[in-house]
Each structure stands twice: as C-alpha cells, then as structure tokens.
Design a binder for this molecule. Structure first.
Ligand SMILES: Nc1ncnc2c1ncn2[C@@H]1O[C@H](COP(=O)(O)OP(=O)(O)O)[C@@H](O)[C@H]1O
Ligand SMILES: [Mg+2]
Length: 228
C-alpha cells in the first residue's frame, strides 16, 4: 500500500477577484522507503502542498490518504494526533533551542506527552548515533555548525518515528558537501525505516539525490525521473 496518496488536490486562497489557485489538481503517490524531491519556482505551490500533507491546511478539493486512511475525515483530535505522531517536519530554519544541548533538543519532544521517557532517551541516542552526532550530543544548539544543526533538526523530526517526513529547503544555509551529507542522512533514514519523505529544495544537485524529482509550476505537476 502507498504510504501517501494525493488525488487531484486543489487549494485556493481567498475569494472572488482575490482568489489565488495555489494548487490546481495535484496527484502524487509515495511508497514506503521513497524520498521525493519537490522543485519549482517561488510561488508555485510547494509550501502549500507540504502544509496540506502535514495536516496544517485543508485542501479545497481532492483527497489524501495516509497509509490508506482519509485524512479529510479525521476530526480535530485525530488530526492533531496525526500531526504529532505521523508527521515529522524539518524547516529551513532549524529552530533548535540555542541554550539546550543537541540531545536535550531531541528530548524536548517528550514534553508534548504521550511517550515513555526512557524510550525517548534511547531513541535520542540511537538517532544521534545514526546521524553522526554522538560527539556533538552534549553541545549547546548555538555551538553546533550549520550541518550539525540541520542533522539535529532531522533527528528531532524523527523522534516520534513519523511515517511521513516533510522537509522545506533543508540545505539552503549549507555548502554543497554538507548539504549532500544532510540529504544522504535523510535518505538513509527513509530507506532504512520505510518512511516516505517529501523534500522541497531549490538545489537541483540535492534533488538528484532523491529517488524521484517532481517539478511543480503554477500549481500543476510535471514529472521527471531523477538523474542518477
Ligand atoms: N495564506 C495565503 N493567502 C493567500 N495566498 C497565499 C497564501 N499562501 C500562499 N499563497 C499564494 O499561493 C501561491 C503558492 O504559494 P506557496 O505554496 O507558498 O508557493 P512556494 O512555496 O512554491 O513558493 C502563491 O501565489 C502565494 O502567493
Ligand atoms: Mg515556499
């Protein structure tokens, strides 16, 4: 079964003469273990699409299935549980708490409840190790390099073992070598743990490291195969 299936999603903002059709019928299927890069000019609908997938925005029409469940039919409580437990967001600004250590930034997700602390601590250490951050675990957020901060942000998004990982411009502030490492780390997680990932990027070199590249223009998709 596909992990994520969007069928003919549209999203319009505003009404009448103010109306903006940000998405005009987008269908995407993402399998478990698949990393999809989403590229396209500014204003083409990338952030709108990520917000819909993450349950932050409701589409105007169309349907979205996550592991077979229709997210539009969720009530408010199920929707917030979906956002908390099934979706991991990584934003361009990694938003770490600067005076907490890398490890403490991961453990913060426990503050939102619903998880056993010992299990969270084990999970944090496992992710720190997988992402090559064991030596940086005790360093404060504001002492980490750009690449380390991005990796901590990825680890934090993975703490609750979400099935969907949504990433907006993960490498914008990194040089190409560090950027490549961040994308590789993410891809290893996605492949190894059978997650589905949608990564928005302007960087075609990073996009080419995904399993598939989707290009969006003016709210409509054009499909390409990733260059290998
Ligand atoms: N809250 C909003 N209200 C009105 N228009 C919006 C809103 N958010 C985005 N848009 C418009 O929708 C279109 C797609 O925006 P967005 O999804 O942010 O594109 P991208 O992330 O590709 O730059 C743009 O024309 C943008 O101006
Ligand atoms: Mg955007």
């Amino acid at each position: 079964m596909a992990l994520l299936e969007l069928r003919d999603i549209t999203k319009s903002y505003g009404e009448g003469a103010q109306r903006v059709d940000a998405l005009r019928g987008v269908s995407i299927t993402v399998e478990p273990g698949e990393m999809v890069a989403l590229v396209g000019p500014s204003g083409s609908g990338k952030s709108t699409l990520l917000a819909i997938i993450g349950g932050l925005l409701t589409p105007t029409s169309g349907s979205m299935l996550v592991a077979g469940a229709d997210v539009a039919k969720f009530d408010a409580r199920a929707r917030s549980r979906y956002r908390r437990d099934q979706v991991g967001f990584v934003f361009q600004s990694s938003n770490l708490v600067p005076f907490l250590t890398a490890r403490e930034n991961l453990l913060l997700v426990g503050e939102f409840g619903g998880a056993d602390r010992a299990a969270l601590a084990r999970r944090a250490d496992e992710l720190l190790s997988e992402l090559g951050l064991t030596d940086a675990a005790g360093q404060a957020g504001n002492r980490l390099s750009g690449g380390q901060r991005q990796r901590v942000a990825i680890a934090r998004a993975l703490m609750r073992d979400p099935s969907l990982i949504l990433v907006d411009e993960p490498t914008a502030s990194l040089d190409s070598k560090r950027g490549a490492q961040v994308v590789e780390a993410l891809r290893d997680e996605v492949h190894g743990r059978h997650k589905a990932c949608v990564m928005v990027t302007h960087d075609l070199e990073m996009a080419a490291r995904a399993d598939r590249v989707l290009e969006i223009r003016d709210g409509l998709l054009q499909v390409h195969q990733a260059a290998v």
